[in-house]
Design a protein. Structure first.
Length: 223
């Protein structure tokens, strides 16, 4: 500080505030510092998670799922007709055996496609939403509920493999006796009816997936 400045300081009034050059301004007290709000930080982190989610509708292959569902539904209806018309005749045994074989083929293809849907849609969304700080439990709960309906359907589809092993003439030489026993105790009829009824969830949940936007719904909850 030069001598002129020193003289000025001697005659400065007590109520005058000392001025500092901009680059020498004293720091603000900590209690006056402005920090980003916790809510803004949380929303920023959650938005980063949402931005990282990419749903590829082509990978979900819903067109193929619909085709396999329609084909399986048609086969199961024909199979039920044969079961309900069953008499202990060779031609009906072979007819039922062939329909079981075809139902299993399309059922396994459908099961594989549903597995991809489960992984690339439901698990992808659920796992990422669970990382978020904001409460999105309602979205997660709805997704898990729909996913479990598909898992139940996959369980029923897997039963076709057991029937194919026992009732397919190419796999079991004693298939005629097995068919007769299955129709007698109603297990085959009950399982086929149940499976066919459960196929209705495919168009129902497919339409839901087509029109819902879970990521946008999650963004709304951040507001």
């Amino acid at each position: 500080m030069g001598w002129i400045d020193k003289l000025k300081n001697l005659f400065k009034k007590k109520d005058e505030k000392e001025e500092f050059p901009c680059h020498l301004q004293p720091p603000l007290p900590k209690n006056l510092l402005i920090y980003p709000s916790e809510n803004r930080i949380v929303n920023g982190m959650d938005n980063t998670i949402l931005n990282s989610i990419h749903i590829d509708k082509e990978v979900l292959a819903f067109d193929r799922i619909v085709i396999e569902t329609k084909e399986l539904n048609s086969i199961l209806k024909d199979l039920m007709y044969s079961i309900n018309s069953y008499e202990n005749k060779k031609e009906l045994n072979d007819e039922i055996s062939l329909k079981i074989k075809n139902a299993t083929m399309h059922g396994l293809e459908l099961k594989n496609l549903l597995g991809i849907l489960e992984e690339q849609y439901y698990n992808l969304l659920i796992n990422n939403l669970k990382k978020m700080k904001k409460d999105v439990k309602s979205l997660i709960g709805n997704l898990e509920s729909d996913k479990n309906r598909f898992i139940d359907l996959e369980t029923e589809l897997a039963k076709l493999v057991v029937y194919d092993y026992r009732l397919n003439s190419e796999r079991n030489l004693n298939y005629e006796h097995e068919i007769k026993e299955e129709i007698k105790n109603n297990d085959l009829r009950n399982d086929i009816e149940k499976l066919n009824e459960m196929l209705i969830i495919i168009p129902e949940l497919g339409e839901k997936i087509e029109h819902e936007d879970i990521i946008e719904d999650a963004r709304i909850l951040l507001q």
